[in-house]
Design a binder for this molecule. Structure first.
Ligand SMILES: [Ca+2]
Ligand SMILES: [Ca+2]
Ligand SMILES: [Ca+2]
Length: 176
């Protein structure tokens, strides 16, 4: 009986066939490729999230810088019109700013500041005259606003193409 059992079990102890080896090595290769590609993917995601964090950080510090400045001159200093800069044509920071490490589209500055003096669009009374019908077109909102709505956008050529983040906030005159 013992000898018979030994004989019967012999075929199971043979080595791998060529087909089995091929299948095993294909499975191994596919597994290695999947690992390599997921390492690459996670590295791209890491870079992407670092870019995004840098963009958000830059937008926030632009807003913090503006909060630290004289409210009455914010509009003329950060609009995209150099001619009205208080210390002379082109002396103010203006509506764009560089973000270290992030290249803007077409080599431009990645950071952009938009000052949104538009009461009907926002549904907000920005100059305290009791209604929300003023825009830069039908009032002197540029001069008499008490709240300045700001939209800071950072747009850059990222590792996976064009990306952007936007931060919106309002800065109010100290007495408002
Ligand atoms: Ca200006
Ligand atoms: Ca108003
Ligand atoms: Ca009005």
């Amino acid at each position: 009986m013992r000898a018979n059992n030994f004989q019967a079990s012999r075929p199971k102890e043979r080595g791998f066939t060529l087909i089995e080896l091929l299948i095993a090595s294909t499975v191994l290769l596919v597994g290695l490729l999947a690992t390599a590609s997921s390492v690459l993917t996670s590295e791209r995601l890491n870079i992407q999230s670092r870019e995004t964090a840098r963009a958000v950080e830059a937008a926030k510090s632009a807003i913090e810088r503006m909060r630290g400045e004289e409210f009455r001159t914010l509009y003329v200093r950060y609009n995209d019109e150099p001619a009205d800069d208080p210390d002379g044509n082109g002396t103010a920071p203006g509506a764009t700013f560089d973000v270290p490490g992030l290249a803007g589209p077409g080599g431009t500055a990645a950071g952009r500041i938009a000052l949104v003096l538009d009461e009907p669009a926002l549904g907000v009374d920005l100059n305290g005259d009791g209604d929300s019908d003023d825009t830069t077109g039908n009032s002197i909102l540029e001069l008499d606003h008490l709240v300045l709505p700001i939209e800071v956008t950072v747009e850059w050529n990222g590792i996976d193409g064009r990306r952007s983040v936007a931060v919106r906030t309002r800065i109010a005159a100290a007495s408002f």
